[in-house]
Ligand binder design. Structure first.
Ligand SMILES: [Zn+2]
Length: 396
């Protein structure tokens, strides 16, 4: 099993022919196929597969509990196998396939770890189906209430509990999982870069230093439905105009504070071509290097919209363990440190007080969450080499 053969094995799973993008949503048939593939790879290597209370899969090389009793918790590498709607091939799977390739590489060179090593597949990282990102890591760290998780509904009204049970994972097990967390000495997640930082630096691999604070807000704007042809402009109460003003305000505030702001989802009622809307609901995604900047973006929308602004989620800034990040950078030929605006399971674990780090592999276009997402084959293999070096250092 080489990197290439693993990559080709999963390439067709959940791929939508009309777009070329992936639709691997948590607890669907496509997700089950990815999980079965992962279990098969674990078994082929003689790794012990453990599924935790949230449904995350851990493939252990060495007994984590014996090692834990001796004060040597494991080194965990891996990422996730689910995708956003029409996502790319690399976001998630690159980290899992690279981690399995690292196990092979270390064994080939005869490395005998003094700590157990696990490859992890975190479930439901993208939150594409039930709306909460990093659900698997949030559940085990107690950051997502089990009852709330079970009750989340997808677009068809199916609850997460129903979807889990149908996929063979008992939903009543869902909850914080200290036994799983105790086994993690250090977690290192390798991920495709979701920007062009490494292209400009002309380096194939970087170490993550922090994740920007980020959040989602829902904006409700009310107006009055009326005829598009017979209602004079002065008589209109048009919430679409308020939304347009709010979007421009968010953009201006984001530019002024070095942040980013996105309104990518809008619901219009009654949604007719020739009717002034009675109500517009929109979602604002705002992120930036500091919380004050992000707050300024949100306030600019609040000031402009005169509507209702409801916070749906908020993740404060995540600083990865500085000494660990510096250690990895030094080990990797002074690899550059980069910040990211995207959330990751490694960030959730770091927030929960676990030692965690990230490696990023160069993405020539910077495009992510799209079928155009890409990394050069050579860079992928250099990512495997980097993760192998890091794993060997941490597990020696
Ligand atoms: Zn990802």
């Amino acid at each position: 099993m080489t990197f290439d053969s693993m990559w080709s094995a999963i390439a067709p799973i959940g791929r939508e022919p009309s777009t070329g993008g992936y639709r691997r949503f948590a607890w669907t048939r496509q997700d089950a196929m990815m999980r079965e593939w992962f279990a098969g790879e674990a078994s082929a290597r003689g790794l012990d597969l453990v599924t935790d209370r949230a449904g995350n899969q851990w493939a252990w090389w060495g007994d984590p509990d014996t090692a834990l009793a001796a004060g040597r918790p494991g080194v965990v590498i891996g990422s996730h196998l689910d995708s956003v709607p029409d996502g790319g091939a690399f976001d998630g799977p690159l980290g899992v396939v690279s981690a399995l390739a690292v196990v092979d590489a270390l064994r080939t060179k005869g490395f005998v770890p003094s700590r157990p090593i696990a490859v992890v597949n975190f479930v439901d990282e993208e939150g594409a189906r039930f709306g909460i990102a990093c659900a698997g890591s949030r559940v085990i760290t107690g950051k997502l209430d089990p009852d709330k998780a079970r009750g989340l509904r997808d677009a068809d009204g199916v609850t997460m509990a129903e979807a889990m049970n149908a996929a063979g994972h008992p939903a009543e097990q869902v909850g914080p999982d200290d036994e799983t967390l105790r086994r993690i000495g250090t977690f290192v997640e390798l991920h495709v870069e979701q920007g062009r930082g490494l292209v400009d630096l002309e380096r194939p691999v970087a170490v993550g230093s922090m994740i920007w604070p980020h959040g989602r807000w829902r904006i409700h704007l009310d107006g009055e439905a009326n005829h598009a042809g017979t209602t004079r402009l002065v008589d209109r109460r048009d919430p679409m105009l308020d939304l347009a003003t709010a979007v421009l305000a968010a953009r201006a505030a984001a530019a002024a504070h070095g942040c980013v702001a996105t309104v990518g989802k809008v619901r219009v009622e009654p949604n007719g071509v020739n009717a002034i809307p009675s109500r517009v609901t929109a979602w604002l995604d705002a992120r930036g290097p500091d919380e004050a900047g992000v707050q300024a973006v949100v306030e600019s929308v609040g000031a402009q919209s005169e509507g209702l602004l409801i916070k749906e989620s908020w993740t404060p800034e995540t600083i990865f363990e500085v000494r660990l990040a510096q250690q990895l950078s030094a080990l990797l030929d002074d690899a550059p440190m980069i910040v990211t605006g995207a959330g990751h399971d490694a960030g959730v674990l770091a927030t929960a007080g676990l030692s965690s780090a990230m490696l990023f592999v160069r993405n020539p276009t910077g495009v992510s969450h799209s079928p155009a997402e890409f990394a050069e084959h050579d860079d992928c293999l250099r990512g495997v080499d980097a993760l192998a070096a890091v794993t060997e250092e941490l597990a020696r």
